[in-house]
Design a protein around this ligand. Structure first.
Ligand SMILES: *Cc1c(COP(=O)(O)O)cnc(C)c1O
Length: 396
């Protein structure tokens, strides 16, 4: 069976009523016949019938055995970190999602967990960083916002050889493009807020594991910590996933068109998109994912904050907002928004220069998106701050 067919039929018809859409079991508790005798559910923090449909669905999608749904991507990440104990080490990708960095460094360091950040696009850096205390290797591929690619299969081998877990944050690719568990990873996490939900209308997170034992530990922590996803939001994610393959295919096609347009534009400096043959690890991306996703970043030849602000406020279809992965195109200015708290030198070294702009390419028609970018680039300020001076002079 093809993936799409499998996906659509992995969402069960309601056995009780035949309802085609999954019922929303908006209940906290379940009546018991006698103490401990129930229909498989006793309390919705522990298990809820709507949430379970989502959890089983994402386990299937990722090629894993256990899924667990959380109130946010960060609640999911937080739960994975609770597998560790004081003295354990994590080796993590250096341009990790900002919220994960905050959680690792400003919360878990305090409990005696040590984190080393390395450039994982070159796996030798991971080999060098791993010690006998390393319990977890943490990667994102592609990363945010410069779309760096790491070889999942190669890192999985390093993890196995060193007796530690590999966790992949698969938010940017989604399981429609990339299935890290099938490449040897032990754990996958998602911010389902992005492509899985797909409509910019919810916050949710997921953890999927390859084996049952680890899955049971995650489920235990899910119930113990309690950061679960509610029934209604679980239903929204299920509905989003029904069209995931279709959406991600179109996001990827639109993003490639946008990236190609940007690459030949005279005012654009660097373009970051794993689908371009000029991308450092394009071949790895092509090997481990079906397409290259909907996020494109680029910088301007006029590398100034004013030029970037002129662009991000000059588009009509691309709306200025944090987040990504929805139907509507969004854009953001990482240096002034998502990466503001990172020291300037460190930020620049990571490629997040003053004029870097991140696009979440939506599902509008590609030619309209390209035209929108073109008109915003042609505004005088995006072209040059010199123009602005000239203009203000001529205005007297
Ligand atoms: C957004 C995001 C997160 C955090 O998810 P929330 O749902 O916002 O808590 C984690 N990882 C990546 C890669 C993200 O883009």
């Amino acid at each position: 069976m093809s993936t799409n067919t499998e996906l659509i039929h992995a969402i069960p018809v309601d056995p009780l009523t035949g309802a085609v859409s999954v019922p929303i079991y908006q209940t906290s508790t379940f009546v018991q016949e006698a103490p401990g005798i129930n229909k498989g559910f006793d309390y919705s923090r522990t298990a809820n019938p709507t949430r379970i449909v989502l959890e089983n669905l994402v386990a299937t999608l990722e090629g894993g055995v256990t899924g667990a749904a959380f109130a946010s991507g960060l609640a999911a990440i937080d739960t994975v970190l609770k597998l560790l104990k004081a003295g354990d080490e994590i080796v993590a990708v250096d341009d990790i999602y900002g919220g994960a960095f905050r959680l690792f460094t400003h919360v878990y360091e305090k409990f005696g967990i040590h984190i080393k950040y390395v450039d994982t696009t070159d796996v030798v850096n991971i080999v060098d960083a791993v010690t006998p205390a390393t319990r977890l290797i943490w990667i994102e591929t592609p990363t945010n916002p410069t779309l760096k690619i790491t070889d999942i299969e190669a890192v999985a081998k390093i993890a196995r050889a060193n007796n530690c877990w590999l966790c992949v944050d698969n938010t940017f690719a989604s399981p429609a493009l990339q299935q890290p568990l099938l490449l040897g990873a032990d754990i996958v996490v998602h911010s389902a807020t992005k492509y899985l939900g797909g409509h910019s209308d919810l916050i949710a997170g997921l953890v999927i594991t390859k084996d049952n034992e680890l899955g049971e530990r995650i489920r235990f922590l899910q119930n113990a910590g309690g950061g679960i996803l509610g029934p209604f939001d679980s239903w929204l994610v299920i509905r989003g996933i029904e069209t995931l393959h279709l959406r991600v295919k179109q996001h990827s096609a639109n993003a490639l068109a946008v990236a190609k347009f940007l690459q030949q534009h005279p005012l654009v400096d660097k373009v970051y998109y794993p689908g371009l043959p000029t991308h450092k690890n394009h071949e790895i991306a092509a090997r481990q994912s079906k397409a290259f996703g909907g996020v494109v970043s680029f910088s301007l030849k006029n590398d100034t904050e004013e030029a970037a602000i002129s662009f991000v406020t000059g588009t009509r279809l691309f709306k200025l907002a944090e987040s990504l992965g929805g139907v509507k195109s969004l854009l953001c200015h990482p240096a002034g928004m998502t990466h503001k708290s990172i020291p300037e030198e460190k930020r620049r070294a990571a490629g997040v220069v003053d004029s870097l702009i991140r696009l979440s390419v939506g599902l509008e028609d590609a030619e309209d998106l390209v035209a929108d970018i073109e008109q915003a680039l042609n505004k005088p300020d995006a072209a040059s701050s010199e123009n602005r001076k000239i203009r203000s002079l001529s205005l007297g």
